[in-house]
Design a protein around this ligand. Structure first.
Ligand SMILES: *[C@@H]1O[C@H](CO)[C@@H](O)[C@H](O)[C@H]1NC(C)=O
Ligand SMILES: *[C@@H]1O[C@H](CO)[C@@H](O)[C@H](O)[C@H]1NC(C)=O
Ligand SMILES: *[C@@H]1O[C@H](CO)[C@@H](O)[C@H](O)[C@H]1NC(C)=O
Ligand SMILES: *[C@@H]1O[C@H](CO)[C@@H](O)[C@H](O)[C@H]1NC(C)=O
Ligand SMILES: [Zn+2]
Length: 489
């Protein structure tokens, strides 16, 4: 009966070992780099030579265009990409953080460090991935500098106030830094942000030579990226998504058009307690107490290219107005019409923030790497669907979100079947390991029993196996499966 005792001890060990040691080797997912070039309109590469982007389209996936969420603005849109939630859910409703009591407005850059602007209960992918054992980093990506439920992104660089937007040497250095994060420090997911071509688009306008020049700089940078990936032997291990947050359109000015100047229609002093306008084609107003209706009526039909809504009537399709931060009166304008309050202080030649149905607000989506199809032209889609795709690539279980993997899944190399196959193969290996483990265990127990029996009856049968004893360490090392093939997805 002693033998069953040993079996009882051995079996759990063998079973446990077989199930807790799926085959060792490479991780079951590849690394992921998300790059955003701010304000890259969907067709910016069509009137300028971009050999590297063209090559990427052949070696990876290109969507005809990408639709950003409304409001088509940097921080709100980037946070939708990284969280898969509509803006009314994630609460980052503007580039500027504001306080309607004090009247304070904080700029895009100042807001980057302000956790209270970003952390509204929706977790960005960095945090979700970290919680599931991935190592993540953010390089200048909007929202990467905040803490979420007390948790910071493991590595985070926030753009300084004096950061030069278009220094090509610095752009390359940033790529080198990110490559080192992947190779030397084994980061799994990195987001990298560049402030161009947005700056040039605002300053000179999208239909200019300046914009073409910056697009060529971006194209060279993408070429450098591909080279750096090869140099770091990451080609087979790194997926890359290149995208952006919105497009850009030329601002319409007088005398060609009648500009929108709100003070022509309302007395701010009497009706408006706080406003956030003079910021492209979108604005919000907080009426003075009891003045909501008066303000609404005064603006409703004021200008043929201005749309005015009470918060509760704002079109659902924007998925924007439900958040508590959204002010009671919302304004948006036809493409190219900036909304000005009391003075036309707005000198931008190009702008965004307009309705996301306008083609000028559409942006880019490109992707390449081991899990993406080659030479695949995808139909246009909403940027909200990037999140579930990234979760899939990283093997991370997503948070509740508004995207759908079904939209983007077809970009992947028959991944679904392949990964299912790999799962089945692994399960089969585990079963084999388990079966062989049990057999080995039983044999070992028999062996021990016989040896014990022999030892006890040594005097009677003194010639059977006089000196050999099983070595305890031989059990694990004979269990199969350990040296099985590495799991490669
Ligand atoms: C953000 O915080 C870091 C660390 O405190 C600081 O070095 C950096 O200057 C801040 N950046 C901005 C834009 O406020
Ligand atoms: C561009 O960046 C490089 C590397 O950071 C730096 O050495 C150089 O001075 C910068 N050039 C300009 C014009 O700022
Ligand atoms: C007015 O429109 C013309 C023709 O589209 C354009 O060339 C010109 O730059 C515009 N002027 C302004 C001030 O926007
Ligand atoms: C977006 O997703 C969240 C979380 O699942 C859900 O509560 C919300 O209703 C969704 N929004 C829309 C417009 O479907
Ligand atoms: Zn932007």
């Amino acid at each position: 009966m002693k033998g069953f005792g040993v079996l009882g001890l051995l079996l759990p060990v063998l079973l446990g070992w077989a199930s807790s040691h799926p085959v060792r080797g490479r991780k079951s997912f590849n690394k992921l780099l998300l790059i955003s070039f701010d304000g890259f309109r969907w067709n910016y590469d069509q009137d300028v030579d971009t050999p590297n982007m063209d090559r990427l389209a052949q070696e990876g996936v290109k969507a005809k265009y990408l639709t950003p969420p409304f409001v088509t603005m940097t921080s709100p849109s980037h946070f939708t990409t990284i969280s898969g939630r509509w803006i009314e859910d994630h609460g980052v409703i503007h580039n500027m953080m504001f306080n309607t009591e004090t009247g304070w407005k904080y700029s895009f850059k100042t807001t980057q460090n302000k956790t209270e602007w970003w952390d509204n209960g929706v977790l960005p992918l960095w945090i979700t991935a970290q919680r599931q054992g991935r190592k993540t980093a953010s390089f200048h990506y909007p929202g990467g500098g905040a803490k979420y439920k007390g948790e910071a992104v493991q590595r985070s660089l926030v753009e300084s106030y004096s950061h030069p937007d278009s220094n090509e040497t610095e752009w390359r250095e940033n790529i080198d830094i990110v490559m080192d994060w992947f190779t030397k420090e084994d980061f799994d997911f990195v987001t990298l942000y560049y402030g161009e071509p947005d700056n040039v688009g605002h300053k000179y306008g999208p239909e200019t030579e300046n914009r073409k020049v910056i697009i060529q700089q971006i194209d060279r940078t993408i070429g450098y990226l591909v080279e750096a990936i090869e140099r770091h032997s990451l080609t087979e291990r790194l997926n890359v998504i290149v995208t952006s947050d919105h497009g850009m359109t030329t601002v319409k000015k007088k005398p060609n058009v009648t500009e929108i100047l709100l003070t022509n229609y309302v007395k701010f002093r009497d009706l408006v307690k706080f406003h956030i306008v003079d910021y492209g084609g979108f604005g919000m107003l907080l009426p003075k107490p009891g003045q909501t209706e008066a303000l609404y009526q005064a603006l409703k039909n004021a200008h043929p290219h201005l749309y005015v809504y009470k918060k509760e009537d704002f079109p659902e399709r924007f998925h924007f107005a439900k958040h508590e931060r959204v002010l009671p009166i919302l304004l948006y304008a036809d493409s190219g019409y900036n909304i000005n309050a009391q003075l036309i202080i707005y000198f931008n030649k190009g702008d965004h923030g307009f309705d996301n149905v306008h083609m000028d607000m559409k942006t880019i989506f490109r992707a390449f790497g081991p899990d993406f199809k080659k030479n695949h032209l995808a139909e246009p889609f909403d940027s909200i669907h990037i999140y579930p795709l990234m979760c899939k690539l990283l093997g991370v279980t997503p948070e509740p979100h508004n995207g759908s993997l079904a939209v983007t899944q077809e970009m992947l190399v028959d991944s679904y079947d392949q990964q299912q196959g790999a799962e089945m193969q692994r399960a089969a290996l585990q079963k084999t390991a388990l079966g062989l483990g049990i057999v080995t265990g039983i044999l070992a127990v028999l062996f021990v029993t016989i040896v014990t029996y022999t030892a006890i009856h040594r005097k009677k049968i003194s010639t059977l196996w006089p000196t050999q004893r099983p070595s305890p360490s031989c059990f694990p090392s004979t269990a199969p499966g350990k040296a099985g093939p590495a799991y490669v997805s």
